[in-house]
Structures are given as structure tokens and as C-alpha cells.
Design a protein around this ligand. Structure first.
Ligand SMILES: NC(=O)c1ccc[n+]([C@@H]2O[C@H](COP(=O)([O-])OP(=O)(O)OC[C@H]3O[C@@H](n4cnc5c(N)ncnc54)[C@H](OP(=O)(O)O)[C@@H]3O)[C@@H](O)[C@H]2O)c1
Length: 315
């Protein structure tokens, strides 16, 4: 993955080694990651989450914070905490009914808007040119923002092409920095691209150790569209956090199942947006950049694929 944003004079290897040493010393547990970097003298508030470049040149963090089910005061607190710890990508959607709470969390964090990468999604009932434009403005107002970094068609249902036309216009007006899709198959993406002037930058789909989607990943890579994993832990279904194979691998690196999962996604070139309501888990999930899974560990994880959704109720 592209590695930009590290301060001059420290290369990626040194950066990771410094992080590893500090983690071993237990410092990481007590500090937010940005503050951690400030503490080791690497300059003002460098962020440890590298950014990849989307096909339109926009930079997107490789790891972000999911907000499904994080509503009201809990949502606000979690978003503010996540930002304070170093998360810069925040993923929400109209259907989560929490854009106001997320916006309040962003505001409370006091972060410079330019540092953040905020994603929302247009829901099925709002599909179509007029409705999608209105839904976008509503999302923006609820989030108290004047632009979005990424806006996605949440599901490939309804008037997808009408929504896309609206999004293309909003993109060209600068109100959205990048547009993309979610839950689209390669065929549906090809169909959309055949009729559009702006190529999707991202496809956000269900991806985790039990549903690895290698065909979709290959298609997306071939077309320079970034794959973003939703439910990177499958919400813990099928015993993800207790899985023995993942635990065996984690033991070698002194990492948890959650960290092994996120690192595996990262090494496959996939952006992840894990969700947690616990500050300790927020820190844990950020701490995946100081180790590297070996080729044989990657292979072991690839064998966990059940090739079936863990969310049949959403099909
Ligand atoms: N586009 C779509 O259709 C779509 C669909 C689903 C989700 N999404 C997006 O993807 C995001 C992530 O997916 P998700 O929320 O479904 O689930 P997820 O991130 O796979 O899993 C969340 C669960 O993992 C637990 N967890 C997190 N970190 C942990 C850790 N280090 N150790 C142990 N448990 C941990 C959380 O519990 P605790 O709170 O106790 O930590 C929570 O129960 C969503 O929040 C949403 O933004 C998009």
C-alpha cells in the first residue's frame, strides 16, 4: 500500500520499529496514537494510519471507525473518543439513524475538518436523482458538515443510475470528494460504469475471514476501485474472536484475534472500518501497524473462508 504522510527523516520501517518498541514498553496503552508520536519526538500530531490514493487522487485512511448501532449519546461519545485516539475515517449512513450523533462527536473532538474522512450512504428509499440529492443535503445538515469525503450508494436497489447521476453532479460541484458504491457485484459495477462519467472509487462489501470474496477483490483491484470491508469481524459471529487458528497466529506476534483479522485485511489491500463501543478496543484495533503476518499465516487465514455471508438476514 502506498505510504505517504510519514514525517521526513523517518522511513516506514523505522516508524514501525519505534511503534513496536513503544508498544512493548506499554506506552501505547496509555496514550492516543497521535499523542504517542508526538511523545517520541516525531513532530506535531502525525497520524499512524496511512492513506491510500483512490482512483480520483483523493487520499483515504486504510483503517477507520464504523458506527452502525452507535446511536445518540453513545454514538457521540464513541466518535469523539475514536478521533481522539487517532481514527480519521468515520463511516456512517442515513439508515443508521445516527448522523446527528456522529456529527456531534466530530464537533466535540475539535479536530480540523480537513484531517477527517467522513463517509455516508444513500439508502434504498432515497434512490433516484431528486431523492438522492435531497438525502445528501439532509445527511450533510445532520452531520453539520459542508462536504463529505465519500458518499456511497448503500445497496444496488431502486433507481441506482438516477442516484449516481445526482452523486456525479454533487461530486463535480465539490460537495463530495469521492463517490462509490456498497454491496455491488462486479456485474453491477460494470453496468453502472457503462453509463456514467465518473468511475466509482470504492465498493464497500461484507468481507472477513469467513467470507473473503477473493473474486470481488481481484475485479476491484483490476479496475482500480478500492475494496472496503464492512463487518471486518463479522460482528464476532461464528466465534471470530475465539477462533483457535486466529489465536494461534496471534500468539506468535502477541496480538489478539481482532488485530490479526485487521492486519490480514490490510495486507490484502482492503480498507476496514471496525466498530466498537469500548475505548480499549478502539486502541487495540488501531495497533496493527507494528507487525506483519507471514505468507504462511496469510494462507492459514485464507483457509478459514466459508464462502458464505454471515448476514443472511440482510440479503
Ligand atoms: N455498507 C453496508 O451495507 C454495511 C453493513 C454493515 C456494516 N457496515 C459498516 O461497517 C462497520 C463495521 O461492521 P459492524 O459494525 O457490522 O461489525 P464489526 O466491526 O465486524 O464488529 C463489531 C463487533 O466487534 C466487537 N469488537 C470490536 N473490536 C473488538 C476487539 N478488539 N475485541 C473484541 N471485540 C471487538 C464490537 O463489540 P464492542 O463494542 O464490545 O467492542 C462489536 O460487537 C459498521 O459499523 C458500519 O459502519 C456497512
Amino acid at each position: 500500500m502506498e505510504n505517504k504522510g510519514y514525517k521526513k527523516g523517518i522511513n516506514r520501517r523505522e516508524f514501525l520499529q519505534t511503534g513496536a518498541k513503544l508498544t512493548a514498553a506499554g506506552i501505547f496503552a496509555g496514550l492516543g496514537t497521535s499523542r504517542l508520536l508526538a511523545a517520541v519526538g516525531n513532530g506535531p500530531m502525525e497520524n499512524p494510519v496511512e492513506r491510500i490514493t483512490l482512483n480520483n487522487g483523493v487520499k483515504m485512511p486504510v483503517l477507520g471507525f464504523g458506527t452502525l448501532y452507535l446511536n445518540d449519546a453513545v454514538g457521540t461519545n464513541c466518535v469523539a473518543d475514536a478521533i481522539s485516539l487517532g481514527y480519521r475515517l468515520i463511516d456512517t449512513a442515513t439508515i443508521y439513524n445516527n448522523e446527528e450523533a456522529v456529527g456531534a462527536g466530530i464537533k466535540r473532538s475539535g479536530i480540523d475538518r480537513k484531517e477527517l474522512f467522513v463517509t455516508s450512504k444513500v439508502w434504498v428509499e432515497d434512490s433516484g436523482y431528486e431523492k438522492a440529492k435531497k438525502a445528501f443535503e439532509t445527511s450533510l445538515n445532520k452531520l453539520q458538515l459542508d462536504y463529505l469525503d465519500l458518499y456511497l450508494i448503500h445497496r444496488p436497489r431502486g433507481d441506482v443510475k438516477g442516484s449516481w447521476k445526482a452523486m456525479e453532479e454533487l461530486y463535480k460541484e465539490g460537495k463530495i470528494k469521492a463517490i462509490g458504491v456498497s454491496n455491488f457485484t462486479p456485474e453491477q459495477i460494470k453496468n453502472l460504469m457503462a453509463d456514467s462519467t465518473v468511475k466509482p472509487t470504492v465498493n464497500q462489501i461484507e468481507t472477513h475471514a469467513f467470507f473473503q470474496q477473493p473474486g470481488d477483490l481481484e475485479f476491484l483491484k483490476d479496475n482500480d476501485i478500492k475494496m472496503e470491508a464492512w463487518s471486518p469481524f463479522a460482528q464476532g459471529r461464528n466465534g471470530m474472536f475465539m477462533n483457535e487458528k486466529l489465536a494461534e497466529i496471534g500468539k506468535k506476534y502477541n496480538k489478539t484475534n481482532a488485530q490479526v483479522c485487521l492486519r490480514w485485511h490490510y495486507q490484502r489491500g482492503i480498507v476496514t472500518i471496525p466498530r466498537t463501543s469500548q475505548k480499549a478496543h478502539m486502541q487495540e484495533n488501531l495497533n496493527i501497524f507494528d507487525f506483519e503476518l507471514s505468507g504462511s499465516d496469510m494462507k492459514t487465514i485464507s483457509k478459514l473462508d466459508l464462502n458464505v455471508t454471515q448476514f443472511p438476514e440482510w440479503e
